[in-house]
Design a protein around this ligand. Sequence first.
Ligand SMILES: [Zn+2]
Length: 69
Amino acid sequence: MKNADNHHCRNPHQLPVKVCAHCHKSFTWRRKWARAWAEVKFCSDRCRAAHKRLPPANLCAAGAVDDEF
Ligand SMILES: [Zn+2]
């Protein structure tokens, strides 16, 4: 957990930021996560549900494999 670089443009309240374990986008603290923020891994219920069905490796597998040099 780093608290040093919280200079995100869309984060005026200096809220904690995490990266979604499924879509890899950053998301900020929400009030509904106040009690369980340490355990939050996904930006939304959709990602949490999708992650159970679809491992993250499948997200990039389509285009990334051909470019190995
Ligand atoms: Zn997500």
